[in-house]
Design a protein around this ligand. Structure first.
Ligand code: NI
Length: 198
């Protein structure tokens, strides 16, 4: 029994440390998956801003740079999507190796029409994805995204609390790197360039 208890403590500690690393480090390389505690990504089935069904297989052969957020977000999401767009501009022609993707964590409000109006505000290349609540729930779970509704006092509308990272997935669909919120665009561009080369 004692051994089991220690094993459980160790397991919890390993997960906590892995998440601590994810939160604190500016970017996490594929080495993370060698730790074994965290697996990120996987298949998804969603709907793009033109109303077409799309799966992750559609993007094989190119890197995916994915951001999870919602269009009603007052501050963080627009800032991060702007950073993403600026970094892609700085990459020049190399940016064509990357598909930038925005996935909503708020499928109730983020309809195809709303996503269609939203993504071009940041970049023409940006693909916006929504889906059924079940499909969105599945993809956020696969990417270890935290999101939850929160209603401010005296407000009739809700916000979404959500984790804010950029996920870089390789041309084979596997997890390559995680970039934290608030990275300056030139730093992001530099980090992306080194991953594209590697
Ligand atoms: Ni946001």
């Amino acid at each position: 029994m004692r051994l089991l208890r220690w094993a459980a403590y160790f397991g919890i500690a390993a997960i906590a440390i892995a998440w601590g690393v994810l939160w604190l480090a500016p970017s996490i390389s594929e080495k993370t998956s060698a730790i074994g505690a965290v697996s990120v990504g996987g298949p998804f089935r969603l709907i793009d801003q033109t109303g077409q069904p799309v799966t992750e297989a559609a993007f094989r052969g190119r890197f995916m740079l994915i951001y999870f957020g919602y269009t009603f977000c007052p501050d963080v999401c627009p800032t991060e999507l702007q950073t993403l767009a600026t970094a892609l501009d700085q990459l020049g022609p190399d940016a064509s190796k990357i598909v930038p993707i925005f996935i909503t964590v708020d499928p109730e409000r983020d309809t195809v029409a709303i996503i269609k109006d939203y993504v071009p505000l940041f970049d023409k290349r940006l693909i916006g994805l929504t889906g059924t609540p079940a499909d969105i729930s599945a993809v956020t779970k696969a990417y270890r995204v935290y999101s939850a509704k929160s209603t401010p006092k005296d407000s009739t509308t809700y916000l979404m609390d959500h984790s804010s990272f950029l996920y870089l997935m390789g041309p084979d669909g596997t997890f390559r790197a995680l970039f934290r919120q608030g990275m300056p665009p030139d730093e992001l561009a530099k980090a992306l360039r080194s991953r594209l080369a590697g």
